[in-house]
Design a protein around this ligand. Structure first.
Ligand code: 5IU
Length: 276
C-alpha cells in the first residue's frame, strides 16, 4: 500500500537511507510528527525554545545563518540537545547553485552544515547536478536531502511540471533524496510506465502549518495538522511561529504548551490516517 497508509515504524524498517530511517524511528518512539522551526536571531532564545520543545519534536529545523551571535559552541550545544532529547536536525539551507558550488556551501565556510545537519534541502532549479554535488558530501556521512517540490507561500512557482520534474530528479537518487518539502504526497508523480516506483517512500515535510492563523502579512499560508497529515498525507508538520510566537523573551511554559498542542494534533491526524 501507499507509504502514507503504513505506520512510521513499518516504513522505518524498509527505508534504505539512514537519516530517513532514524527520523521515522524517532517519530514512532516519541509519538511525534512535529518539527519545530526556529527562526530567531539570538542563541539564548534559540536554545530556550529547543529546551522547551525537545521532548515533543522529532526534528528541529534551523536557519543557522539568522543567528546574530553564532559561534562553534552553538553547534556543540545543538548536537548535545539532539542526542539528549532524540531529535534530528534539519538545516533549511535551500541550496540552489551548481554542483561544485554547493559542495563548498554544504561542507565549508563557517557553518559546515554537513557536519551536524542530518537533513538539509535544495531547490530543484539547477537540475540533477545539485544532487550529485550534495550527495558527494552527504552520502559518506549518512545524510539525507529534501527537495523543494512545492512551497507554501502565495504565488509560488513550484507547481505543475516543475513539481513533477523535482520528483523525477529525486527518483533518480533515492539513496540520498529522502523526500520533499511539499503540501501533498509525491509517490509516482511524473513517473512513466517503465519507471520502477514500487517501494518508493518519500517523506513529505510540510511547512505552513498553524492552528490559529491562516497566514501572515508576507504571503505565508497555513493549514491545520488535520488537513496536512490526514487529508493530504504529509508526514511531518513544520511549525514555527504557531509555537514560539514572536520568538523574543521566550516564555518556556507557553512554548511547551503550544508544542504539546501541535504534537497531539499531528499525532491524532496520523493515527486517523493509518487506522485500518
Ligand atoms: N518554509 C515555509 N514554506 C516553504 C518552505 C519553507 O514556510 O515552502 I521550502 C519555512 C519558513 C519558516 C518555516 O522557516 O518554514 C515556517 O515558519 P512559520 O510556521 O513561523 O510560518
Amino acid at each position: 500500500s501507499s507509504p502514507h497508509l503504513q505506520t512510521y515504524n513499518e516504513r522505518a524498517k524498509k527505508h534504505a537511507n539512514k537519516a530517513a530511517k532514524a527520523l521515522l524511528e524517532i517519530m514512532e518512539e516519541k509519538q511525534s510528527n512535529l518539527s519545530v522551526s526556529v527562526d530567531v536571531t539570538k542563541s539564548k532564545d534559540f536554545f530556550d525554545i529547543i529546551e522547551a520543545v525537545g521532548p515533543h519534536v522529532c526534528l528541529r529545523k534551523t536557519h543557522i545563518d539568522v543567528l546574530e551571535d553564532f559561534d562553534a559552541t552553538v553547534i556543540d550545544r545543538l548536537r548535545e540537545l539532539s542526542e539528549k532529547h532524540k531529535f534530528l536536525i534539519f538545516e533549511d539551507r535551500k541550496f540552489a547553485d551548481i554542483g561544485s558550488t554547493v559542495v563548498l556551501q554544504y561542507s565549508k565556510g563557517i557553518y559546515k552544515i554537513a557536519d551536524w545537519a542530518h537533513i538539509t534541502n535544495a531547490h530543484a532549479v539547477p537540475g540533477p547536478s545539485i544532487i550529485t554535488g550534495l550527495a558527494s558530501v552527504g552520502i559518506p556521512k549518512d545524510r539525507g536531502l529534501i527537495l523543494l517540490a512545492e512551497m507554501s507561500s502565495k504565488g509560488a512557482l513550484t507547481t505543475g511540471s516543475y513539481t513533477e520534474d523535482a520528483v523525477r530528479m529525486a527518483r533518480a537518487r533515492r539513496d540520498f533524496v529522502i523526500g520533499f518539502i511539499a503540501q501533498h504526497r509525491m509517490e509516482g508523480i511524473g513517473a512513466s510506465d517503465t519507471d520502477n516506483i514500487a517501494g518508493e517512500d518519500f517523506l513529505v515535510l510540510a511547512p505552513g502549518v498553524g492552528l490559529d492563523a491562516t497566514g501572515d502579512a508576507m504571503g505565508q499560508q497555513y493549514r491545520t495538522p488535520e488537513q496536512v497529515v490526514f487529508e493530504s498525507g504529509c508526514d511531518v508538520i513544520i511549525v514555527g511561529r504557531g509555537i514560539y510566537g514572536k520568538g523574543e523573551n521566550v516564555d518556556a511554559r507557553e512554548v511547551l504548551k503550544q508544542a504539546q498542542r501541535y504534537q497531539a494534533a499531528g499525532w491524532e491526524a496520523y493515527k486517523k490516517r493509518v487506522q485500518r
